[in-house]
Design a protein around this ligand. Structure first.
Ligand code: HEC
Ligand code: HEC
Length: 311
């Protein structure tokens, strides 16, 4: 079994997935073992806070097709799984079973890592929907191709079923509690929530973290979500916690040395051309030039918590 990077947001869920891998393995060939559905997927009953049988019940959207069964049978398990399957699916994103599709819930997108592939309750903030529609809700550009790649876009009513399933809270998937997303707190409309994650003052620590460092906290955290943290590495790596609330621990004169990016290990590790040292490591896309500029300019400006408040 190849270990796919999974990005889920609680240790409980990480455990659950580890358990599900073990259970799925041990149930191989056993046919319909207890707790498995007709496809051999683990039924996550009793362990999540947001699930149903994925079949019958109609959610808040009132759309009877807004179910895991429908989206899996008619979208994810069909055309998407022509490519998004096997040991190394594109960007690690697998849609080939209900279990695989559910793992994309609350998992940061590889292309725009400030968005989840699927953000339950928030279709407008789900990168999957952007990729199906070819743009974000306010015309934001997607990275690379519209999905399904090299095929005509899905019909609008099919996309609507996917969106309704997401806005109903992805019934059928056990949904991990998302990581605290300070940008979205208190937002009432979905579009406002999308915007507000980019609404921190230009040049503030929170804007830098949101734009460039959120991905780091999948490992650099006391509650890491990357399974490699159990399997291969000790987290937080070198004790370095790159969480939004650890500003003073990060701006310590070494990890971040205000005014001097070149003596800041954080800058050196994201900007190095040595792939063996570059953060985030192998398996992640390197930070974009824009994400790098945001970090460098912030350090050059004195690494302020708020721009008006140099240190
Ligand atoms: C012909 C192959 C192919 C098909 C069919 C396809 N994809 Fe993709 N998909 C890719 C490739 C390659 C990438 C990465 C490059 C890109 O984004 O264009 C990708 C990227 C993605 C991403 C971005 C993931 C991220 O982490 O940022 C999403 C979401 C996605 N696909 C969803 C889907 C869905 C949903 C379907 C079915 C409606 C689908 N894809 C069908 C090949 C395909
Ligand atoms: C997949 C897990 C993972 C992710 C994601 C990750 N790192 Fe790391 N990081 C490590 C490991 C493991 C080490 C220790 C080994 C090494 O130094 O290469 C490390 C070391 C570091 C160090 C050196 C710490 C020291 O005191 O010497 C810095 C700085 C760093 N990472 C910054 C980042 C930044 C910034 C990001 C996001 C852009 C990031 N890392 C994302 C795993 C990760």
């Amino acid at each position: 079994m190849i270990y796919q990077p999974l990005f889920v947001f609680s240790n409980a869920v990480k455990l659950l997935i580890t358990v599900s891998v073990i259970v799925t393995l041990s149930a191989c060939g056993a046919g319909e073992g207890q707790g498995l559905d007709e496809e051999g997927n683990l039924l996550l009953s009793g362990s999540g806070d947001n699930q149903s049988d994925g079949g019958g019940s109609v959610g808040a959207s009132g759309n009877p097709n807004a179910t895991l069964d429908w989206v899996q049978d008619n979208v994810f398990g069909g055309i998407c799984s022509l490519c998004h399957t096997g040991a190394t699916p594109p960007l690690g994103v697998n849609w080939s079973s209900k279990t695989a599709s559910c793992e994309n819930v609350n998992r940061p997108s590889g292309e725009i890592d400030t968005l989840m592939e699927i953000d339950p309750g928030k279709p407008e903030q789900s990168y999957l929907v952007w990729k199906l529609e070819g743009a974000g809700p306010s015309g934001e550009a997607i990275v690379a191709g519209q999905m399904p790649l090299n095929n005509p876009p899905l019909p609008a009513d099919t996309i609507k079923n996917v969106k309704d399933w997401i806005s109903d809270g992805t019934p059928g998937c056990a949904v991990p509690k998302p990581a605290a997303r300070s940008g979205a707190v208190g937002s009432t409309s979905e579009t406002a929530a999308v915007k507000s994650s980019f609404d921190y003052p230009e040049g503030s620590w929170m804007q830098v973290w949101e734009t460039s460092l959120r991905v780091c906290s999948t490992c650099h955290s006391v509650q890491p979500s990357n399974p490699a943290c159990v399997a291969e590495i000790e987290c937080p790596p070198r004790g370095l916690v790159l969480e939004a609330d650890n500003y003073y621990g990060i701006v310590d004169g070494r990890t971040v040395n205000p005014l001097d990016p070149d003596s800041s290990t954080l800058w050196n590790r994201v900007s190095t051309s040595d792939p063996g040292r570059r953060m985030p490591p192998d398996g992640y896309l390197p930070l974009t030039q824009n994400q790098l500029d945001v970090i460098r300019n912030w350090i050059l400006d004195g690494a302020p918590l708020r721009p008006s408040d140099p240190n």
